[in-house]
Design a binder for this molecule. Structure first.
Ligand code: HAM
Length: 437
């Protein structure tokens, strides 16, 4: 008979895989909390309209969307950003600023599958609303770095590429490009790393052959990899906006340096981000070896809350994806293996002993100990084998003789020593043992 397969790109988490996922989520959650971020959650199914024109062509083309039984056009969320804007927009006046929120949730994109890319994946999203200055970027880049360092990764393993769509807008404006040309050019810049000169095809199709001098100037800007290089290239380009922006850059890099994070951050104007809503600083995290797809991406999006029909509210945020991240941890040997061992294994004689054991087992569990026992009556030998294979450090032995004496045998499974303890001392003895082990 044919069996059912998971849909392509969808993932199942067997217990060992789920233990690894939980470990990652636990440390992300802990890190966000130390930075003063509050956790929120939201629906997985949203009105299709929420993503139309807001997220950008690429995400729009990847939506899992359908018409529900009530005739509504809906989509599985491909990202959290429009949703979190709605949540904040709805209650903007009641929320204390700055609003620092995070979430860990699953997303769906109908993507071509490849290493580190699936059709469903988790993201840790962190966003700050209500802060127009670079203080928000400083805080978020620091959080991003710490979310990776918390697992033992260092600057030798990953780095954050920092760029700025504002600088690109001002620079291309100074080169004489109008808004439509600027957007087409940024889309070319976004693709250049992957596609080389072909990235400019769409620009040429729309606006005629690309002027060689213009292309050279764009490529020179795209190759900027440091603040001095940026200052040098801008020294020949007039414009107050550009000069003011350089001040923001110096302050942001200064903050990161003061936090001891300069070693993680590289100026790299080749990054412009594919999503439509970014307005200012943008950043992406990559593995140093350059073997994996992006670990994380984010930036400022000051217009999105307003575009969704709420009052204007400045915003910055980023998301780390779980798939590339797990690959990096595994490559570096930083993903622990989790052993799901009980603390105590109960070895039980017959039906009477079983009833006696149940009372202790439940009391031990209620006190927080992990206790396991055989579901069915089996020979003692088999139970002892199961006890030692379980990984438990202690076995409690409920035999007829012991119960007749009002005692239970407790066996240290590591050194095989045994002692008899009165029934009413079981919890106290186990507590005492585990306080020393
Ligand atoms: P994004 O760059 O589309 O940004 O995604 C962020 C991260 O999610 C990526 O760097 C990658 O690790 C992971 N990711 C994205 N697509 C997939 C996929 N198909 N399979 C596996 N992992 C994937 C955003 O989503 C923005 N909303 C981030 C943001 C938050 N901006 C502001 N706030």
């Amino acid at each position: 008979m044919a069996t059912f397969q998971t849909l392509p790109g969808f993932r199942e988490f067997y217990p060992d895989a789920l233990a690894r996922r939980n470990h990652v989520f636990r440390l992300w959650r802990q890190t966000a909390t130390t930075f003063g971020f509050n956790e929120y959650d939201a629906p997985v199914l949203e009105p299709l309209e929420l993503y139309k024109t807001k997220s950008g062509d690429e995400i729009e083309a990847q939506l899992f969307s359908f018409t529900d039984k009530g005739g509504r056009e809906v989509a599985l969320r491909p990202e959290m950003t429009p949703t979190v804007c709605r949540l904040v927009g709805e209650k903007a006046n009641a929320l204390k600023r700055p609003i620092k929120w995070f979430s860990i949730a699953e997303f769906y994109r109908y993507e071509r599958m490849q290493k580190g890319r699936g059709r469903c994946f988790f993201q840790f999203n962190a966003d700050i609303f209500g802060e127009p200055g670079i203080e928000a970027e400083s805080e978020l880049i620091a959080l991003l770095v710490q979310c990776l360092c918390a697992f033992g990764l260092s600057e030798q393993d990953f780095y954050v590429r920092l760029s700025d769509r504002n600088l690109w807008f001002y620079y291309l404006e100074a080169l004489g490009l109008d808004d439509a040309r600027t957007r087409a050019m940024l889309s070319a810049v976004d693709k250049f790393e992957k596609s080389g000169d072909e990235a400019f095809n769409s620009y040429s199709e729309q606006f005629g052959p690309l002027d060689a001098a213009l292309k050279e100037k764009v490529l020179a800007f795209l190759r900027v990899k440091s603040l001095p290089a940026l200052e040098a290239i801008l020294s020949s380009v007039p414009g107050e906006k550009l000069a003011a922006r350089l001040t923001d850059w110096r302050r942001l890099l200064g903050n990161l340096e003061a936090m001891g994070l300069a070693r993680f951050v590289e100026v790299d104007l080749a990054v412009v981000r594919g999503l439509a809503y970014y307005t200012g600083f943008v950043f992406e995290a990559f593995d140093r070896k350059g073997e994996l797809r992006a670990l994380a991406g984010g930036g400022r999006y000051d217009n999105l809350v307003g575009k969704l029909g709420y009052g204007e509210l400045p915003a910055v945020g980023f998301a780390i994806g779980d798939m590339t991240f797990a690959l990096l941890l595994e490559q570096r040997g930083l993903m622990p293996t989790f052993v799901q061992a009980p603390d105590i294994y109960a070895v039980i004689g017959g039906a009477q002993e079983r009833l006696a054991a149940f009372g202790d087992i439940h009391a031990l569990r209620a006190a927080g100990f992990k206790v396991d026992y055989p579901m069915k009556e089996v020979a003692f030998g088999k139970q002892f084998k199961a006890a030692s294979e379980s990984g438990a450090k202690l076995a409690l032995i409920y035999g007829g003789d012991e119960l007749a004496k009002g005692v239970v045998k407790i066996r240290d499974l590591t050194n095989r020593s045994e002692q008899e303890i009165p029934r009413d001392q079981v919890l106290a003895t186990v507590k005492d043992f585990y306080s020393q082990h």
